[in-house]
Ligand binder design. Sequence first.
Ligand SMILES: [Zn+2]
Length: 249
Amino acid sequence: MVIQTDGVVLKSSDSGDNDKRISILTRHHGIVTAAVKGAKSLKNRMFHAVQLFSYSNFTITEKGGWHYISNAELTESFIDIRKDVAAISLASYIAELASAFAVVEDCETIMTIVINAFYYLSKNDNSHLTVKPAFELKLAALAGFMPEIEVCAGCCDEFEKGEAIYFNPIKSGMYCSKCANSNSLPLSYDAYLAFRYIVFSSNSRFLLFHLSPVPLSEIAAAAECYILGLADKNFKTLEFYNKMLYKII
Ligand SMILES: [Zn+2]
């Protein structure tokens, strides 16, 4: 069987002296893990197309239960991600998150936000600070975990401009100060507006927002807590990203 598909390389590991195994988030076939013969050779015509984070068009052949890449043509390498340790750390976490949440039915939409996140990371300095919470929240919403946002999930009152709002990641909702409990994380009104923008905007525009440092730190805390609770697992790439962040700030 032969599959022709575009996809993003989310994981890459060595296999023998000259080969690699890569995991690709494909448009319609979920995540496919396949061998690439001679992938480490610079002379291989597929060398750039099968690199980690590359967005390419793949011909994947299945034989005897094994998949291998018979052809790959690069669309975008996002090469500039590799110039910045913060960007490469976050891209690794995004790849691990996407792997954890991607199911065949949703892989096209998740692939779209991964590509947009990689593009933004490769083009904008320090964009990891906004890309991280935006990707976490957008991924949660696309994976079927859209929080209650428009009104207080407790008393159904509408939020007023300037009001302090509380996000409860366990109950997946926004609460007013009267209804919030000890599990709720505080959001200033600006952070709340950015949260709303991220989950309701299109998959190609969800990164186009600006926040000053304080509301950005509020939304970062809420987004990380929310996605980790949904995933119910730890991510080694997140631990590495957070350690790296601690060192550079
Ligand atoms: Zn309330």
